[in-house]
Design a protein around this ligand. Sequence first.
Ligand code: BGC
Length: 467
Amino acid sequence: MSVLSRQQAEGTNLGFVTLVSIVAAIGGLLFGYDTAVISGAIVFMQQKFHLGPGMQGWAVSCLMIGAIVGAGFAGFLSDRFGRKKMLIVAGFLFVIGSIGSALPATITEFVWARIVGGIGIGISSTLVPLYIAEIAPARHRGSLVSLNQLAVVIGISAIYFVNMWVANLGSPTWDIESAWRWMFGLGVVPGGLFIILLLFVPESPRWLERHGLGDRALQILTRVNGPTRARVELSEIRDTLNDESGNIGLLFRPGFRVALLVGVVLAILQQVTGINAIMYYAPEIFKQTGAGTNASLIETVITGADNLVFTLISLWLIDRVGRKVLLLIGSAFMTVSIAIVGYAFYTGNTAGPLVLVLILVFVAAFAVSFGPIVWLVMAEIFPTSIRGRATAIASVALWIADYAVSQSFPVLLNSVGASSTFWTFGILSLVAFIFTLALVPETKGKTLEEIERSWGRRGTQSTSTGR
Ligand code: BGC
């Protein structure tokens, strides 16, 4: 049977749910845009506001402080008020942040505006994967949720071009006075679009059912899965919700404890294996290998394209091959490639294309594995009644780790040197491999309720064996 006729027989409306997922994934675009926009703006801002190294670091990283706060509140607020409403709030915060970062008279005003935008990013980074996971049919959940990661990567690549384009529009004096303002201000366009389009998507059926709005939940599930499957899903959702207190203490029960550990540790490992040392500092790294400014910028753009292509490949593989296998293959390649980068710096053999090729391998390996899959797993492994709050805990951990790596990377390069820094990433990638092998479950093709029950079973097993 062809894919289309199989979908028709099952009544799955993949077109509708894909459209809804794309709208939500614009949140990912804002995430990519906002984390990367600073890379092109900071040089001009440094001259405009006469920033020393400390203030410069703060201007870059204050966004993450906002994101930590936003991710922290996203869970509780979305469990209470709904996923859709909180995504709209995130859109408004992003727009306010964009306008505020475009207009400041002082660096303090700028920092406040970035923190507001960062809160929006923290909320949307947590809720977009979760919202899509809660609405998607199990068989396609992996690729639909990973549309978010694709949008993050598109956002990062798009802003590199926007920055380059804006910087070329005027004189050097105009750049220092105004170019950076446009770089931030243009964020209003995707931000505004996000808010408007969100008005047309439905609320998460799982959230509706939990809040006593079963009729509306059934309507949406029917639209996504067809009437027969929708009724089965709704009754499964009801059964699992009936078993849950909705209390966050649920996470400390034997089975769910492991889920919490998996979510938080994967979130931290996604960051401490070093992706953003490359995403945020790529031109610096390439310069250290002896490349000129221009060559290092071109190499950075190639890295972005590599990230994009392999994220697309991941989208295709994720529901076919499964999460765990991809995480294992990805972390294995990340370990080897980044360890050899360390060795190249250790021996001083960095001339030629070797470091670039290895970094491309590292980014490709991340893009098929830890990039999309960590956000996906964080959105699918927790119980429905507390999913928002539990995912938020992992998301806060991820943003703190992101902050720590991006703050410490330049310091590490100058203190312990490039080889030890990259070897540390190598060791942590190996830890990621071992951790995945030992503890990460395969969630491919299972409904969220089946995943939830499997943790329950683990808990019963470990209690009965006295572990
Ligand atoms: C990570 C970001 C990273 C991006 C790069 C995302 O999954 O959370 O920190 O910059 O991937 O593609």
